[in-house]
Design a protein around this ligand. Structure first.
Ligand code: SF4
Length: 395
């Protein structure tokens, strides 16, 4: 064994305990190589030294010059801490190896003439809007194509020159659309003066409303075209449109389901401490953690928590499903946690009960059961696609 690795091993053997926590592997200049979490830090760290050549763990430990760890009150706390460290530091081996490929998102790009795209992960493009997470990248690519065609949105590369009808031209010239979609009425051709910016953005707003579950305009257009194709005896084309409509309907009903999940992930969650850690209470609103406090032990602390919950839920918040990158990732993390640990739902109380607008006990039980069912349906995705990531929760 390399003497440096042997020194790290002795350090772990002498000091690490089997408690939940987060560990970090650092490189020669102190750069963060990898962040991981475990419910048993000592066992997890020792496993790195037993890894076979070629395994990711062996590669990481061969590069590490320092191993650090800190304990957390529970596995859930470790999961959150790991998530936040990875988000803020983007360690080399986490970025290379821990990308969850089982989900995708729909993105409305932040451009003067926006596009609808499928992306693997939110982020990287400041201010873009994301919808999802979805399963089945292939299906979602078809959905993007269908919605883009129906609403005549562009799908060309970002550097394609645009010439909107209201753009001031020094030497106005008539131009043809730059691609076949424009020539076949599948794009309104903002590249060739086919619309003003406002006209184009109206269509983007329709796409956004569809993805927020607020409008079924693309479906209405599709059904109109289907009926017209049937009237013209174009039965093959009508059947193709019917299949497209079915896919869009699936996606839309799944979007409604996702909205339910978001609403149901508004709760107060108390996590039992593990390995001597304290109990902690988390306040979630729409799948995001808005507050984290030691679990109340006295009536005064309980009252303070109730007041905090009321404050958090008294702030207005849009009902839309469009998520910013951070929100989408945190939602995925929490949804995955409850899906993999359904017994943890026992520690949750819906916010409606906490804020006094619901009936206790029976409603709590019902809400927990509904959340479990909703999470399962959400995870299955719009097409019932296999969840490759079912066991791929961060660990
Ligand atoms: S017609 Fe023009 S704007 Fe539309 S997709 Fe083609 S190149 Fe892009």
């Amino acid at each position: 064994m390399d003497p440096r690795v042997a020194t790290l091993l002795s350090h772990v053997r002498a000091n690490a305990e089997n408690r939940p926590g987060v560990y970090r592997m650092l490189g020669p200049s102190g750069e963060l190589l990898y962040v991981g979490k475990s419910v048993r830090v000592r066992t997890r760290l020792l496993s790195y030294f037993r890894a076979d050549e070629g395994e990711k763990a062996a590669e990481i430990i061969s590069q590490a010059h320092l191993v650090e760890w800190e304990y957390t009150p529970s596995e859930f706390a470790a999961l959150l801490h790991e998530f936040r460290l990875i988000k803020s530091h983007r360690p080399l081996y986490n970025v290379q190896h821990k990308r969850d490929r089982s989900h995708c998102f729909l993105q409305i790009t932040r451009e003067a003439v926006p596009r609808l795209r499928v992306v693997g992960q939110p982020g990287g493009s400041g201010g873009a809007e994301y919808f999802g997470p979805f399963h089945g990248r292939h299906i979602m690519a078809e959905v993007v194509r269908a919605v883009s065609d129906l609403l005549e949105l562009r799908d060309c590369p970002s550097d394609t020159p645009m010439r909107l009808a209201d753009q001031i031209q020094l030497f106005p010239t008539k131009e043809d659309p730059r691609c076949l979609r424009g020539q076949t009425a599948r794009c309104i051709s903002p590249c060739a003066g086919g619309c003003t910016q406002a006209e184009y953005l109206e269509r983007v707003a329709l796409a956004r409303a569809f993805l927020n579950g607020e409008s079924d305009r693309p479906l209405v257009i599709l059904r109109e075209r289907m009926a017209m194709a049937a009237r013209r005896l174009q039965f093959e084309y009508a059947a193709e449109l019917r299949d497209r409509a079915e896919r869009l309907e699936h996606v839309q009903s799944w979007i409604v389901e996702l909205g339910r999940t978001l609403r149901r992930l508004s709760l107060v969650y108390t996590v039992q401490g593990q390995g001597g850690g304290e109990d902690r209470t988390y306040v979630l609103r729409r799948g995001r953690i808005r507050a984290e406090v030691p679990a109340p032990q006295t009536p005064e602390e309980q009252a303070a928590l109730e007041a905090r919950v009321r404050d958090i839920f008294s702030l207005p918040e849009p009902e839309a499903i469009g998520l910013r990158a951070q929100e989408a990732q945190e939602l995925m993390l929490i949804a995955k946690w409850f899906r993999l640990h359904p017994e943890e739902l026992e520690g949750t109380v819906p916010a409606s009960v906490r804020t006094g607008s619901g009936e206790a006990s029976e409603e709590v039980e019902e809400a927990r059961a509904e959340l479990a069912r909703t999470l399962e349906r959400t995870v299955e995705g719009p097409d019932g696609a296999e969840d490759e990531g079912r066991t791929a929760a961060p660990d």
